[in-house]
Write a protein of this length. Structure first.
Length: 286
């Protein structure tokens, strides 16, 4: 039998995350061959993952990174089976590393390298994990990106604004306002930036639902067709007010719409200001 030192067992444990006895047994069974012992433990970890393959990965975190020059940002959703693992320092480091690599490589979807990184940690921890999605949002020289992570990372937002005088984005008040827009998105999760961004087929489906509801409303029985059409238009308009970001009540002052709040901020800054885009990620959402 090979003489297995405590230092070798400790080294193997640090590299694989397996228990002390598992590491010692692996080294004993491979007669002290470190590489073979590591491979053996990895195979055991993969086998454990296969047994858990059907288990859902509904926990996790959102990670967001913005390039130092502000030219792009990336959002990543990394999932695990349990909240305990989602709080694991190795899990957090992995998510941050993936976001950094995706940003550097200009990725808009997971690739083999990133998926392998996830698989390596999953094998070590022996819990299902998944790189569910990632997205990169670009910004031009007159645009400005701001990020916001809510709570323990269950929601992540990036908002992109534009100005004819991009130097206003160095103004603390403007920066604070754009950050508040990210807070607004995290709080209200708008369906779209404005009405022009709404999918018309989806809107037709919603209109159909309203019509059915109206047909079942006893109070509307016998109303003239033109009156019913106006009621339907009113319902759709109210619905769009609620789901389009620019028409929603601004999170810091619900008496103002977001559009009006943007207008007021622009006026104070002495420049044009527009919200061009945003991305909202929530753990477990599609």
């Amino acid at each position: 039998m090979a003489d297995i030192s405590a230092a070798e067992v400790k080294k193997l444990r640090e590299k694989t995350g397996a228990g002390m006895m598992e590491c010692k047994n692996a080294l004993v069974s491979t007669e002290g061959d470190f590489a073979k012992a590591e491979k053996l433990l990895k195979e055991k970890g993969l086998a454990a993952l296969e047994q858990r393959a059907g288990r859902a990965t509904n926990q996790g975190k959102i990670f967001v990174k913005i390039k130092e020059d502000g030219s792009s940002a990336v959002l990543v959703e990394l999932n695990a089976e349990t909240d305990f693992v989602a709080r694991n320092p190795d899990f957090i480091v992995l998510g941050e590393t993936i976001a950094k690599k995706a940003l550097e490589q200009g990725l808009n979807a997971p690739n083999e390298e990133l998926n392998n990184m996830v698989q390596d940690l999953a094998t070590k921890i022996r819990e299902n994990m998944g790189l569910k999605r990632l997205y990169q949002i670009k910004a031009s020289s007159n645009e400005y990106l701001v990020q916001y992570i809510h709570g323990d990372g269950n929601i992540g937002v990036v908002v992109k604004c534009e100005s004819d005088k991009p130097e206003i984005f160095k103004n603390d008040n403007v920066k604070a306002f754009v950050f508040s827009l990210a807070l607004h998105i995290a709080a209200f999760n708008p369906k779209a930036l404005d009405r022009s961004k709404i999918d018309q087929n989806w809107l037709k489906e919603q209109e159909g639902i309203f019509k059915i509801q109206m047909e079942q409303d006893e109070k509307l029985k016998g109303k003239p067709e033109n009156v019913l059409e106006e009621i339907l238009k009113g319902k759709i308009n109210k619905f769009l007010n609620e789901i389009c970001m620019m028409e929603q009540g601004y999170v810091k002052d619900e008496k103002l719409t977001v559009a009006k709040a943007v207008e007021e901020c622009a006026k104070k800054a002495g420049a044009k200001l527009a919200v061009n885009d945003y991305v909202y990620y929530r753990v477990g959402a599609e």
